[in-house]
Write a protein that binds this ligand. Structure first.
Ligand code: ATP
Ligand code: MG
Ligand code: MG
Ligand code: MG
Length: 368
């Protein structure tokens, strides 16, 4: 029997368009001999809509404009029918029938997608899905609790501070004092986000208010980090299920070499400026460091309780090796770091996509 896969993309987060690019990359790599695909777009306003597959495959940046899921005319909601799950309009017409879907492949980045919310929906509907479960997704999306999990696992994390909206309003002077004590430059980040959106590099105290206001557009809770100066940015892909017989594997190490003098790999450099950064895969590092990073990537994967895949990001400088973050649904276009690292290791892109779907099929479903 052929496996029926729902690709789910777009979404309400600031990474909507990046998710569409990821969907195009994955769709083109899905083996049509093995899998039947249905395209499920979530518009910026949160409406679900079936997107024709030729549209999914055609998502790309045109003249600096990133793709989007078109807003559907009707108001779509999830409904659970007698035989399974479907997306229906409020007047009851079936919009996306995913009855009989074997695997949900959510390619959503950011809140309401990469953060455990849609994973919770799949769990309750009894649908198997690719990647991390509810807890790991939520921890991996929250740069505060992710650090707490890394610290508990004994992984090195750089100096940081956290501030809730309440503290920023009612105890702002104390927050500013705590943050300034980290030293400059420092990075101000929305706690939950991705693609560098809402992140600022701050070089002195006068820039702090503007950076806080910018980050708070995306999340009420903020994380402040001491900036690593002159450190290398190295990344490792991890693939597998730690509890499955085959376990999980760490890829070769990749390096991001940002062209900007401040070394900040920002949104423009990630997706819009072809010369913004060079990706080296494999990175030019010695075997001992590669081994250390692979080991740490697997420990970071386990620290957040991940499943399926993560991309673990590190800073390596004179002070040593630090874990920056894991992404439980990393960028996934053919030129993105995650698939590139696995390809360098000998796994072709269609094989990688097939493996992720197989890993999802291995998951138990329902209460366990
Ligand atoms: P992703 O798209 O990888 O999910 P993100 O939005 O989660 O990104 P980070 O990876 O935390 O954000 O930060 C984005 C970039 O900002 C990093 O790739 C790096 O270039 C820079 N950066 C972040 N934190 C620091 C730091 N503490 N010191 C130096 N550079 C940093
Ligand atoms: Mg991230
Ligand atoms: Mg991310
Ligand atoms: Mg990152």
């Amino acid at each position: 029997k052929r496996t029926r896969v729902a690709l789910i993309f777009g979404g309400q987060s600031s990474e909507h368009s990046i998710s569409c690019l990821t969907a195009a990359g994955v769709f083109k790599a899905i083996d049509p001999q093995r899998f039947d695909v249905v395209g499920v777009g979530i518009s910026r306003s949160g409406r679900w809509t079936q997107v024709p597959l030729d549209v999914v495959g055609g998502y790309r940046i045109v003249d600096g404009v990133a793709p989007e899921v078109a807003e559907p005319q009707c108001d779509a909601v999830w409904m659970v029918g007698e035989d399974g799950c479907e997306v229906a309009t409020r007047d009851g017409a079936t919009l996306v029938d995913i009855h009989g879907v074997d695997v949900a492949f959510s390619l959503l980045h950011g809140p309401f997608g990469e953060d455990g919310t849609i994973q919770g929906l799949f769990e309750m509907m009894g649908i198997r899905y690719v990647g991390s479960g509810v807890t790991a997704s939520a921890i991996g999306m929250d740069k505060h609790f992710m650090k707490v999990a890394f610290e508990a696992a004994g992984l090195p994390v750089g100096p940081y501070a956290v501030a809730t909206a309440h503290r920023l309003t009612h105890d702002r002077a104390a927050v500013i004092a705590e943050v300034s004590a980290l030293g400059y430059p420092l990075f101000v980040k929305p706690a939950r986000g991705g693609s560098s959106i809402g992140i600022s590099r701050v070089t002195d105290a006068s820039e702090l208010d503007a950076a806080i206001a910018e980050a708070q557009k995306y999340d009420a809770k903020l994380v402040f980090e001491k900036g690593f100066v002159g450190a290398r940015e190295l990344e490792c892909a991890v693939l597998g299920n730690p509890d499955a017989p085959l376990g999980c594997d760490a890829s070769v190490i990749g390096e991001i070499r940002v062209r900007a003098a401040d070394g900040f790999y920002d949104y423009e450099a990630k997706y819009f400026d072809e010369d913004g950064a060079a990706l080296d895969a494999p990175a030019n590092i010695d075997d001992a460091l590669a081994g250390t990073l692979q080991d740490m990537a697997k420990r970071a994967f386990a620290a957040v309780d991940a499943e399926g895949l993560v991309r673990a990001d590190f800073f390596v400088g004179e002070d040593g090796v630090f874990v920056n973050e894991v992404n439980t649904m990393p960028g996934f276009t053919p030129i993105s770091m995650f698939p590139t690292l696995l390809q360098v290791g000998g796994m072709r892109y269609p094989e990688l996509v097939g493996r992720l779907i197989e890993l999802a099929l291995e998951r138990p479903v329902g209460l366990r």
